[in-house]
Design a protein around this ligand. Sequence first.
Ligand code: NAD
Length: 264
Amino acid sequence: MVGRLQGKNAIITGAAGGIGLETTILMLREGASVLMADISEPALAKALAKVKEVVPSSPRVETIRCDVSKEADVAAMVSTLDSWGGVDVIFNNAGIMHADDADAIETPEKIWDLTQNINVKGVWFGSKHAVQSFRRHGKTKGSVINTASMVALVGAATPQLAYTASKGAVLAMTRELAIVHAREGFRFNSLCPAPLNTPLLQDWLGDDKEKRFRREVHFPTGRFGEAIEQAHAVVFLASDESSFVNATDFVVDGGLTKAYVTPE
Ligand code: NAD
């Protein structure tokens, strides 16, 4: 059976984390060749071992250390795929939610800058170098998926102002990129996950029952999302099945952003 991503070369940033790793596994299963990029080399090594265990006959999977906030790193990451035939898909997924991120009064400026550098500038660099690679290799189609968040769509009284602002920027930037490059066949969509069972959020929530309840009460489904549920959406956006899906805020949230009163 031919995979849904057969013949495509994909880059995934934040590939050692929750969503990135699940997406790597699914993309390989669908026949893509994948370059896993992350800032943490030990985490990448662990993630690669897991990938090799669950997809032993994967077509091609490699890792690269990349800090997405550094343009030279992103350029090197993207040009790695020149010898593979160029990029077809990039999933700009690396992001942080810093423990010191708070409201307008308490958020330290250095945390604001760090968050924008990784979550916004990282997505810009990834998008920019992907477009350059698409053009260099004469691609008539390409798919860029940028991870935003549900908090870019609805306000929360549990503030993480730098994070929320960064994800709003991802939505606006992705939308504009989509329109600018539409006639070249390059698609840009944002992924908007709800709160998930991944280290990014769960480490931060820890054993704090009150903090958890503040969130769980709003879930129509009564649970956090799973990374694999995001990965399935990313595979769709990466594949040609979504050829007419462009500039969307692709929301995968169990109905959270559409809910007023949730079931008891
Ligand atoms: P995660 O913390 O499990 O993974 C994030 C990965 O990004 C980590 O492996 C980390 O090492 C890497 N990373 C951090 N800074 C980097 C940098 N400068 N360059 C390259 N890699 C870097 O988190 P996740 O839940 O898989 O999150 C992935 C994306 O999903 C993030 O953009 C996050 O904001 C977004 N998101 C997560 C949730 C959630 O509840 N987990 C909800 C909405 C959106």
